[in-house]
Design a protein around this ligand. Structure first.
Ligand SMILES: *Cc1c(COP(=O)(O)O)cnc(C)c1O
Length: 381
């Protein structure tokens, strides 16, 4: 099997699993308990909070653990609107956000919140001047992703953060695809809130974090007990959090080396396919792009059919984002960059990691070439 769907999820690294296991059996205590036995677990949770915070220039107490990227996104958007009872409340976001942001925005609109969905340029980078012109007196937050999960574009979040703070508006970024893959600094980039998720960087599923700038008044999203300093109820997921910390340590330590290696594979795959498959195009910027992301459009091909045939050859890829697979609508991201409905349906996303090799890339190029040619000859007859 060749796994090229790392934007959907990644395998848990062996070192990460080893770090987690003791917190499922030996140190099973609830870290909120007072007895000394719980102290070891509480200490490990604190160490993860500290090391994950340090990776983005945040203080330990600015990191809140959640159940993942979706919850963090929901929390960020909901809480600022709830503070204003959903009235005189305007949020600016982009047309290419993950559904965790977009569908939360749709719910907020029903509650009376005004949302502006800023378009992107044909290369998938946000239209900054449109964004700045959208700011008005009732704007409370700008939420723009650090990197896109479908087409891998790296958005100019430092510029957006500067604009937000010039206008006294909060800035949230969904950094689920970026965290652990490219550098982020919450102070330099003027970020007030940031979402990240462990399973996109070699950690376990079901654990994420939200960075909340110190001093920011923000209500809890999950109410209940006083875990996470009263801002996120629920018994602490100690094994998950320890795994997240371990995955973060590895990802940040190896970041430079992995970026160089993985972007080399990416460029080999892009070049190989564009030169050998007629009527193929790359979606999203070729420059401001995540190291592991490749997204093609093949004229006249059904992406879903292509996926099924690739799967028969043992290749795991996706068409659009995992969340839209199975749905009939073409990807909102590909529509936003100006692809037609049929072009968007003929898209293929391959997302690489440091586990992939040049041999795998060459095999995938050859298989894509063969399958696309076969599908086209079938429709031509
Ligand atoms: C995967 C992903 C999410 C959702 O994260 P979960 O931890 O799976 O809930 C949100 N935003 C982006 C950009 C993602 O890629």
């Amino acid at each position: 099997m060749i796994y090229m769907d790392n934007a959907a999820t990644t395998p848990v690294k062996a070192e990460v699993l080893a770090a987690m296991l003791p917190y499922m059996d030996e140190y099973y205590a609830n870290p909120s308990a007072v007895y000394r036995f719980a102290g070891d677990t509480a200490k490990a949770v604190r160490a993860s909070r500290e090391s994950l915070g340090a990776k983005i220039g945040a203080l330990t107490e600015e990191i809140y653990f959640t159940s993942g990227g979706s919850e963090s996104d929901n929390w960020a958007l909901f809480s600022v609107c709830e503070e204003r009872a959903f009235k005189d409340c305007h949020i600016i976001t982009s047309q290419i956000e993950h559904h965790a942001v977009l569908n939360t925005c749709k719910r907020l609109e029903k509650l009376g919140v005004r949302i502006t969905y800023v378009p992107v340029l044909p290369d998938g980078i946000i239209d900054i001047s449109f964004l700045e012109k959208s700011i008005s007196s009732d704007t409370v937050m700008i939420s723009v992703m650090a990197a896109n999960n479908e087409i891998g574009t790296i958005e100019p979040i430092a510029d957006i953060g500067a604009i937000a703070h010039e206008h006294n508006v909060l800035f949230h970024t969904d950094a689920v695809q970026a965290f652990g893959h490219i550098p982020i600094d919450v102070a330099k980039m003027n970020i007030d809130m940031l979402s990240a998720s462990a399973h996109k960087l070699g950690g376990p599923k079901g654990v994420g974090l939200m960075y909340v700038r110190k001093g920011l008044m923000i209500s809890p999203f999950i109410s209940g007990g006083s875990q996470e300093r009263g801002r996120r109820a629920g018994t602490t997921n100690a094994p998950g959090i320890v795994g997240f910390g371990a995955a973060g340590d590895i990802a940040f330590k190896d970041m430079d080396r992995d970026r160089e290696y993985v972007s080399g594979l990416r460029d080999r795959l892009i070049r190989g396919v564009l030169t050998s498959v007629p009527d193929s195009r790359i979606n999203g910027s070729e420059i401001d792009r995540l190291p592991g992301n490749v997204n093609f459009c093949f004229e006249g091909i059904e992406g879903e059919t292509l996926l099924i045939l690739l799967d028969r050859d043992g290749i795991c890829a996706s068409s659009g984002s995992a969340c839209t697979t199975g749905a009939v609508d073409p990807s909102h991201v590909l529509m936003a960059i100006g692809r037609t409905r049929s072009e968007a349906k003929g898209s293929l996303r391959l997302t690489l990691s440091s586990d992939n090799t040049a041999e795998e890339v060459d095999e995938v190029i050859e298989k894509i070439q063969r399958i696309v040619a076969k599908l086209r000859s079938m429709t031509a007859n």
